[in-house]
Design a protein around this ligand. Structure first.
Ligand code: PPE
Length: 305
């Protein structure tokens, strides 16, 4: 299914037509995966259109580039403005936002220093990432045969284009086998994350999620869910999670900007808990959507357009 095209894309300082937002085939990013990006959602809340945790996403973007000795040629307030301008230019009330910085056209060869860092912002309408009924009914997933990137190889704390070669392997394998998504283990065999989601386990009323050392992306939704769990008085901790703990969990769910809070109803064709949306997952969804749809904002997460 093709992306739902809108009018304008912000590219290196100006809003241009969607169809003209092109780059040269010798751009460094195409050959070597040298990009850093974000996925952010703008929600139509009861109090107007608001971008969820915009600053936190842009800080992660700057840090992703920094890990690669690269600097985005715009400040965070400038990027924030570019994002809002792009949303307004396209007349969207809610959308998915994709800011991306990349090594562009200049020199050839692995050494990126001779290539500029370009920056663009695209927005589009994006519905439910893992299927229409996913949030309510849950999804069927498998453990991936591919591990996440090993420590000290490709930094997983960076949201970098190249990382998603690994994610694609995990995702394609899952889809090819009739699953919605894959759960990857890290190279030591501990639970890491999905191809584009962090993972949480509920056992005996407590919530567990893998720490950064398990080759995960430090998800903004993950951080939000940890806060919402605290607000709800539910115990939550970061823990090394062995694969088998997933099979015997009461509830398992994914979090991500695109996936939001998606329950997992089976793993490797084994039913998780009752196989239906669990109480803890439901409570966290309720609190999450009270913010992004209801416009309640006790933590200052909404940035109104
Ligand atoms: N892990 C990975 C590997 C990942 O890509 C994401 C986001 C997350 C965790 C969750 O992070 P956060 O969005 O900050 O809560 N994946 C994005 C890309 C999806 C895509 O297909 O592209 C997203 O959810 O926007």
């Amino acid at each position: 299914m093709a992306v739902k095209k809108v009018e304008k894309i912000w590219m290196n300082g100006s809003l241009i037509n969607w169809d003209e937002a092109k780059i040269h085939v010798l751009s460094h990013v195409i050959h070597y995966g040298s990009s850093w990006f974000e996925g952010i959602r703008c929600y139509e809340t009861k109090r107007g259109s608001a971008i969820f945790r915009l600053d936190d996403h842009l800080i992660r973007l700057v840090n992703s580039a920094k890990m690669y000795r690269s600097e985005i040629p715009y400040t965070i307030p400038e990027m924030e403005q570019a994002i809002k301008d792009t949303i307004k230019a396209n007349g969207l009330k809610s959308c998915y936002i994709r800011p991306i910085a990349y090594r562009g056209y200049g020199d050839v060869g692995v050494n990126p220093f001779g290539c500029p860092v370009d920056f663009t912002v695209a927005v589009w309408e994006w519905g439910k990432y893992l299927g229409a009924e996913a949030l309510e009914k849950g999804i069927d997933v498998r453990f991936a045969s591919w591990n996440r990137n090993a420590a000290n190889t490709i930094p997983t704390m960076a949201k970098a284009g190249g990382n998603y070669m690994n994610s694609q392997l995990i995702k394609m394998e899952a889809i090819a086998d009739g699953y919605a998504e894959g759960i990857a283990l890290d190279v030591n065999g501990y639970v890491s994350e999905g191809s584009g989601e962090n993972i949480f386990v509920v056992k005996d009323g407590k919530i567990f999620t893998p720490p950064f050392i398990n080759s995960i992306l430090p998800g903004i939704t993950r951080a939000s869910v940890m806060q919402l769990a605290k607000d709800a008085g539910i115990e939550i901790s970061e823990m090394l999670i062995p694969r088998e703990m997933i099979y015997i969990a009461d509830e398992v769910f994914f979090t991500g900007t695109a996936a939001e809070i998606t329950p997992i109803r089976s793993v490797d064709r084994m039913k998780i808990g009752t196989g239906a949306l669990g109480d803890v997952t439901r409570e966290l969804q309720k609190r999450f959507f009270a913010v992004v749809e209801g416009g309640e904002d006790p933590h200052g997460w909404l940035n109104f357009v």
